[in-house]
Design a protein. Structure first.
Length: 474
């Protein structure tokens, strides 16, 4: 009797438990039941209705079923999350394909330069297109300030395989540039950068010489055109601007300076002449046309222009310097020094040049101590002014003191200035004089390496040939 009672109790408990389990299963949503069925690996569960699916569950061991009755947040919504992520991924693909595909940009778009603080920085051309760009036209312009575009150097961070055979001033293996005067008289440089791969960044090294500016300047960088395929760049002669009467003073003046850099002195005279017609009181224009006359071999007209520039602006240093240069070449050292003294008193940017020219005048008059004094004065003002060491070295060389001259040329060669290559050349010449031919050869070879197409390089080649002939005869 007791055995029957125990079995009846257990059966009653099972019925209660089955009822609780049944109620719990019935309270769940169909999605939740599907999740449980999937975890229990019930086949074809989606073909069963809710009641049939619950019956299937009740056939399973209760312990196994209890493990999966609790549905977590992730169990319930992970498919929704996957779906949303897929849609977002698709939208991102569409965004990058249609929007980013057309994006080619330059970074930075501008740069501020402070006086006397030279800068080096990296300029990046970013191509997010799905195809390579054959040519990028990068416009460089000084929007604010007195920085010259001539003081902005641009080169590739690393040379690449492509060599441009299209005309223009070659800057590197795949950059070349032209300067233009735009319709409003603004001078701009256009650098053509080649072979920018798809989804790539081309890095360019920019070096700015701020030693000649007196106010903060802002450089702007802008991509104005791109070409997918090789194209022949239309040749443009800036001098055409000066053949028309419709432009303003700035256009003629800046084009004249451009002609000077291209050594087209007759064209420069025409451009500066047009500028003077518009503004006869421009001392700078008179000074520049005077320089063009000097380089064209007409010193008389040059002197008249320099004197006119001084009359218009007595505080401008360059006309005094240029006039003194003509007087020195004519042997009129007294009047030359008078002009140089004025520049020194003006404390203008040309003061250093004036002191060096003064020293040269004294050296030509055999006042060696006075000449050295002027060179020392320059070095005291600026110990990094290379031309002072160069001219001091020339003075010592002319005095047959090559040992001391070499020290000056060595110092001059360490600094950056227009006479740097000449410093190596004079250094080599002194070494030759002292019989140190191998060391001299090294200096000449450095010049050729630094600037293979320069006048100094041609002189070095002649010097090297002279050394070879000398060694053969010996």
């Amino acid at each position: 009797m007791k055995f029957l009672e125990n079995n009846s109790l257990k059966l009653f408990e099972l019925v209660i438990m089955d009822n609780k389990l049944l109620l719990e299963l019935q309270s769940k949503q169909r999605d939740e039941l599907n999740i449980i069925a999937k975890k229990l690996k019930i086949k074809s569960y989606r073909r069963l209705n809710k009641d049939q699916l619950i019956e299937k569950f009740l056939e399973i061991d209760e312990t196994s079923l209890q493990k999966y009755l609790h549905i977590t947040w992730w169990d319930k919504y992970h498919n929704h999350i996957y779906g949303i992520a897929s849609v977002l991924g698709l939208l991102a693909c569409v965004f990058f394909y249609f929007w980013m595909q057309g994006d080619i940009s330059v970074v930075p778009k501008s740069r501020t330069i402070s006086p006397r603080i030279n800068q080096k920085f990296i300029l990046k051309i970013l191509n997010n297109k799905d195809y390579p760009i054959y040519q990028v036209d990068l416009r460089i312009c000084v929007e604010i300030g007195d920085l010259s575009l001539d003081d902005i150097k641009l080169d590739l961070k690393q040379e690449t395989k492509l060599k441009s055979e299209i005309g223009g001033a070659v800057i590197s293996h795949d950059i070349f540039g032209i300067s233009v005067i735009e319709e409003d008289g603004t001078k701009a440089d256009h650098r053509f950068i080649y072979d920018v791969d798809a989804h790539s960044t081309k890095e360019l090294e920019v070096e700015v010489n701020a030693g000649n500016i007196s106010e903060k300047s802002t450089i702007s960088f802008k991509i104005v055109r791109i070409d997918k395929e090789p194209t022949q760049i239309v040749s443009f002669d800036p001098f055409k601007q000066c053949q028309s009467d419709k432009h303003n003073f700035k256009t003629y003046y800046e084009t004249g300076k451009m002609m000077m850099r291209q050594k087209r002195y007759n064209e420069a005279r025409i451009c500066f002449g047009k500028a003077i017609e518009i503004d006869p009181k421009s001392a700078k224009a008179h000074n520049n046309i005077g320089v063009a006359f000097v380089l064209s071999g007409d010193n008389n007209k040059a002197v008249s222009e320099f004197e006119e520039a001084i009359k218009l602006d007595p505080e401008l240093g360059k006309p005094y310097i240029n006039l003194a240069s003509i007087l020195i070449n004519e042997g009129n050292y007294i009047d030359a020094i008078k002009n140089l003294e004025i520049v020194e008193k003006l404390n203008s940017p040309e003061k250093m040049d004036a002191l060096i020219m003064w020293g040269e005048c004294l050296a030509r008059q055999q006042d060696i101590d006075g000449a050295v004094g002027k060179f020392k004065e320059v070095i005291e003002l600026d110990s990094g002014f290379g031309p002072a060491y160069f001219h001091w070295g020339v003075l010592l060389k002319n005095q047959s003191d090559c040992e001391k001259a070499i020290d000056k040329f060595k110092k001059a060669a360490e600094l950056e200035h227009p006479l740097k290559l000449d410093s190596y050349g004079m250094w080599g010449a002194c070494l030759e004089t002292l019989g140190r031919e191998k060391e001299a050869l090294n200096k000449y070879q450095k010049i050729i390496k630094f600037a293979p197409n320069s006048i100094a390089a041609n002189k070095s080649r002649n010097s090297i040939n002279g050394l070879k002939e000398k060694s053969q005869t010996n």
